[in-house]
Unconditional design. Sequence first.
Length: 449
Amino acid sequence: MRRGIPSSKLALFGYFAFLMITGGLLLWLLPTWADGGHVPFIDAMFTAVSAVAVTGLITVNTASYSPLGQSIILGLIQLGGLGVIAFSTLYLTQPRKRLSLQRRAFIREYFIGSVEYEPRLIVRNIVISTALLELALAVSLLVGFRRAGVDRPLFAAVFHAISAFCNAGFSTFPDSLERFVVTPSVTVPIMIGLVLGGLGFVVYQDVFRRVAPRGLTTRRHILSLHTKIVLVATGTAILLGLTLFSIFEWNGALADLTPGRRISVALFQSVTPRTAGFNTIPQSELSTPSVTLTSLFMFIGGAPGSIAGGVKVTTFFIILWFALGGADDQGDARVFRRKLPAPLIARATLFVIKALLIVLTSLLLLSVTESLIANQAFTFRELVFEVFSAFGTVGLSMGITSELSGLGKLVIMLTMFAGRVGLISIALGRPGRQWQNLVDYPPGEVLIG
C-alpha cells in the first residue's frame, strides 16, 4: 500500500508558504516604511505570516508602514483570509479535472456542503457575498471614520472592513481601536464584521435558504444541525463573555467608563477574542480571570468553514455536550433531535487533543527562548496569552510581541502557521480509503480517572 503526503495537503501548505514568503520579501525589499526605508527582515516576515494567517500579531506597528506597505498587508490579509476556500475553488474550477473522493469529502465536510452539485455557482456566491459584505462594512466604517475626523477615511474604512471580515485584527491606528472606545459608529460595524466572518459560508447559505421567500424555493428549508450548533454556540459565547467580562472588569479596566459604555466595551471584548485581534482597551490591564476567559475564547475560535481560527465552536460544543452527559450507552450524543455518532465525538476529541499538543509545545518552546536563552522578564500569563493568540490566529497581545527575541518571534510565527494551516491539514490528511483489518486484537481494560 502506497502512503505519502496527499497532494491536496502539499498544495495547501504550498499556497500559504508562498504567500508568506512572497509577502515577507515584498515588505522587506520594497520601501514600505513610512519614512521610505526598509523594514527589518525578521519583522517583515513576521508581519507577512501574521497577515496571511489573518492573526494580527505585530512586531512593528502597522501605522509605521507607508501606504504601499499597508496595501501589501491588506492584500495578504484578503488572500490569506480566503486562502483555503480559494484553494478549493481553483481546484474545483479546473476544466476536465475530476475531484478525488478524499478532496471532495474534505471540502464538503470542512467548507462547502453541496460542492458536488454546483461548484461554480457556490464559488460565485462566495465571491459575491464576500465582496458585498466587505463593501457594506466599508461604507459603514467610512461614515464612522469621517465623523471621528480620521485621516484618509476611505482607505481606513476599506482596510478595516477587510481586516474585520477576514478576522485579521490589523489596524492602521497605532493603538488599534482604543481611540474609538466610545465611538459606536466604528466599533459596531467592526463587531458585525467579526461575527459574520466567524460564521462561515455554509451558515450563510443555510440561513438564506431558511429565510428566503417561498417563491424562491420549492419548500420551506430546515436549518441543518451544523448551522443550529454554530448559531447557538456563537450566541451563547457572546452573551456569556459579555456577562463575565462585565463582572470581572466592572471596577477594573472598565472603571473609568459610564455604565452603558462599560457594557459596550465588554461586548466588544466578548466578540473579538474568538475571531480577531482588535481591542478597545489594553489587554495588559485585564484581570487574571479576564485573561483566562480571553485565552479560552481564543482557543475555541469561530465556526468551521469560516475565516476564524481555533478548534471551532462546533468541536468545542460537541465535546462539552458529551462531557456534560449528553450521550447514551453506545457513546452517541443527541442534540436538536439529531444524533451525534460516537466516531464524530471521537474525532472532535482527537482534534482538540492535537490542538492542545501544539499549544503546549509552542508554550514550552517560547518559555525556553525567552526565559532561558534571552533572559526576558515576561510573566507566565503573558507568554500563555501570546501563544493562545497566535494559535487561535486572533492577534490580541499584552504588549510583548515586539519585545520577543528572534527565536521567540520564530516560535510565534510557526504557531500562527500551525494554527492557520496545521489543524486544517489534520482534517485534510485523513486517509481517503478505509482498509479493513483482517486480524484484530482482543479488547483490553485500563483504569482511568
